[in-house]
Design a protein around this ligand. Structure first.
Ligand SMILES: *Cc1c(COP(=O)(O)O)cnc(C)c1O
Length: 433
């Protein structure tokens, strides 16, 4: 407590002494003021570290959860940010163009749709479809599909916000085509649309029945399918070995449209593997109605997202799954992961190589797991890993810390090794000392 007798430094002097952190001066002034007010100006450095940890930054995802909601779901490299783009300029004519002319039409091509538009996320896509096509009218949805997706997306509430009226059809566990047909035929319901919502993050098992997309495709109203997860094509032509077994019966945009849905809506950052976005694809006429609605302006994505989505669509059209980090990670053979784990383990001389289980995550494919490999360390090092300069997000099971390599790009293996040395040897020596 020697310093408590000293005069504390001035706020400005203390703030300037922290300049090496790279943080802007006004933030350092706040830190310095708080540190001095606490009576311990030497706490300023720790406060700077806390502030840095509170900022948005790259992290290593060693959880094995491919689409980790807290880590922004799919990893996708952002395009060069500091450049102008022909976002709304038609380079052929020099006239005003549409930001919906590039990525959306390529995505439409990649899933066999006539047309598509992109908005901020799937929740806004649903909102826009309902607002544009069913405002003040009824939308028929099965009682088994009135779902809540993580982050507060609840079908009945989105419906209410959009100005459409929910017409509940069937029962929780069993709904048939005839239930939809009756709901549509009942004039009082004034049904404008039928909607299917992918259950995404839960399953109903046992005595269940749900109409297929094909069965609902010839109702007297357009059919919209919220497939959520954004799988473009069940056949996964972008993967050398075709669709992985764990995809099971996941609905895909192409097949849902082929089965007769008039529109599909899905997220950009789930199984599509791109940036946060919502895609509305299908009938050119219905897509155009959505694009004309005033909400479309409020929900429009920025140039960075559209540029990223264009690259992503090109990768799908080239059938190049290796160019899409999500699919690359999802399809790495376990033997490769084990080999990497052994290499990291021999570089650091700490931990054990272990078999693990990865999950798709992101509210997709509940109860699906697939084999993976990584490193484990006896003890709970979760906080120590998170405190590394590039924070590492790990998993702790039964007081054992596990790093799953499936969700770590191999280019970061050396960084991961440094993190292990930082976290494990630091905490161990800390505990001993
Ligand atoms: C994830 C999901 C949504 C919400 O998507 P966001 O892109 O997070 O807005 C909506 N519907 C379904 C079926 C989903 O799976």
């Amino acid at each position: 407590m020697a310093h408590s007798a000293e005069r504390p430094p001035s706020v400005d002097k203390l703030a300037r002494s922290l300049a090496g952190s790279g943080l802007p001066h006004p933030l350092l002034v706040d830190v310095a003021r708080e540190a001095i007010a606490s009576g311990d100006h030497e706490s300023a450095a720790d406060r700077v570290a806390d502030l840095q940890r509170s900022l948005l930054q790259p992290v290593l995802n060693a959880t094995g959860v491919l689409l980790h909601t807290n880590l922004g779901r799919a990893p996708w490299p952002s395009s060069d940010a500091g450049t102008y783009r022909n976002l709304e300029l038609d380079l052929a004519t020099g006239d005003r163009g549409s930001r919906q002319a590039h990525a959306p039409s390529l995505l439409a091509k990649a899933c066999g749709a006539e047309a598509a538009i992109v908005v901020n996320n799937c929740a806004s896509a649903v909102m826009l479809v309902l607002g544009a096509l069913a405002k003040g009218r009824g939308v028929a949805v099965s009682r088994g599909e009135l779902v809540e997706i993580g982050g507060g997306f609840r079908v009945p509430e989105v419906m209410e916000q959009s100005g459409a009226t929910l017409v509940e059809v069937g029962t929780t566990n069993r709904t048939r085509r005839a239930d939809f047909a009756n709901a549509v035929a009942n004039q009082d319901n004034d049904v404008a649309l039928a909607m299917q919502v992918h259950q995404s993050n839960y399953k109903i098992v046992g005595f269940t029945e749900a109409p297929t997309t094909a069965e609902l495709s010839d109702l007297d109203v357009p059919l919209v399918a919220d497939i959520g997860s954004g799988l473009l094509d069940e056949a996964c032509p972008w993967l050398r070995d075709g669709p992985p077994a764990w995809l099971k019966n996941e609905p895909a945009a192409r097949q849902t449209l082929e089965a007769g849905a008039d529109l599909v809506v899905f997220s950009g950052d789930k199984l599509l593997g791109g940036p946060q976005a919502g895609i509305i694809a299908g009938s050119a006429e219905l897509v155009a109605s959505c694009a004309r609605h005033p909400l479309a302006r409020a929900l429009r994505p920025g140039g960075l997202v559209l540029a990223s989505l264009q690259e992503l669509a090109m990768a799908y059209l080239r059938r190049d799954g290796d160019a899409i980090p999500f699919w690359r990670m999802a399809s790495v053979p376990v033997a490769e992961l084990t080999a990497r784990a052994e290499k990291v383990r021999s570089a650091v001389g700490l931990g054990d190589v272990v078999d693990t289980m990865s999950v798709p995550g992101g509210g997709t494919l509940p109860s699906v797991e697939f084999a993976s490999a990584g490193l484990s360390f006896a003890g709970n090092y979760r906080d120590a890993f998170r405190s590394f300069s590039t924070p590492v997000i790990s998993r702790v099971v039964d007081e054992t810390t596990v790093l799953d390599l499936r969700t770590v790009d191999p280019e970061y293996d050396d960084l991961l090794a440094e993190a292990i040395t930082h976290a494990v040897s630091k905490q161990t020596s800390g505990a001993n000392g």
